[in-house]
Design a protein. Structure first.
Lengths: 116, 110
């Protein structure tokens, strides 16, 4: 059973471009979580999604950031008009149906975004 | 608002030593606390999960304790090995909110 997959692993964008980060949860998992790790800082929760629903987006910046988890396909974290401060590692985690946020989450390898 | 602090930020020990990593949190109303390992360029690996009703969990050479009332957890690593070198993160969960510490970067020298 493959683990959580994220792609690309490394992404370079110029200021003002869009970044799309993809997360494929573990097989059978229906919950996805996105976290951001800024340089020299801990991970911070961004958003919690179930299939086709955003459950909690309290950690998402109000502008330029959006996330979706469609019925088919991976979860997408989208950052519009990127700025240098968006440079970070973005981690995705997933958990099975019936689990809540407080149960074990399984993390992917992360996408490292660099904004030039 | 929950704040999670990990001390020390970095630790270097010779192989074979036993060591303790510390994690403190400000809001004791937690559901659980997890310790993760993060290798450079890799994702997070969950090491131990302690539910709020538990006092400790053990896995191999790792032992994690939880004292909710004082807002503290420790991760004890016995007989450290160079392969233990990594960053260790603790994370506490309150409702739909998981807060991570900044991590302790451990180096075990052969």
């Amino acid at each position: 059973n493959a683990g959580v997959m994220q792609n690309p692993r490394h992404l370079v964008r110029r200021r003002g471009q869009e970044a799309r980060l993809r997360c494929s949860p573990m097989k059978g998992h229906s919950h996805v979580y996105w976290y951001r790790q800024l340089p020299e800082e801990g991970l911070k929760f961004m958003v919690y999604l179930q299939k086709e629903n955003i459950i909690d987006e309290s950690g998402m910046p109000k502008e330029r950031f959006s996330a979706e988890f469609p019925k088919e396909g991976p979860s997408i974290l989208r950052i519009q008009q990127v700025v240098r401060g968006d440079s970070a590692a973005y981690f995705c985690a997933s958990s099975p149906p019936g689990h809540t946020f407080t149960d074990t989450q399984y993390f992917g390898p992360g996408t490292r975004l660099t904004v030039l | 608002k929950q704040e999670v602090t990990q001390i020390p930020a970095a630790l270097s020990v010779p192989e074979g030593e036993n060591l303790v990593l510390n994690c403190s949190f400000t809001d004791s109303a937690i559901y659980n606390l997890q310790w993760f390992r993060q290798d450079p360029g890799k994702g997070l690996t969950s090491l131990l999960l302690i539910q709020s009703s538990q006092r400790e969990q053990t896995s191999g050479r790792l032992n994690a304790s939880l004292d909710k009332s004082s807002g503290r957890s420790t991760l004890y690593i016995a007989a450290s090995q160079p392969g233990d070198s990594a960053t260790y993160l603790c994370a506490v969960t309150n409702n739909n909110d998981m807060r991570f510490g900044a991590g302790t970067r451990l180096t075990v020298k052969p």
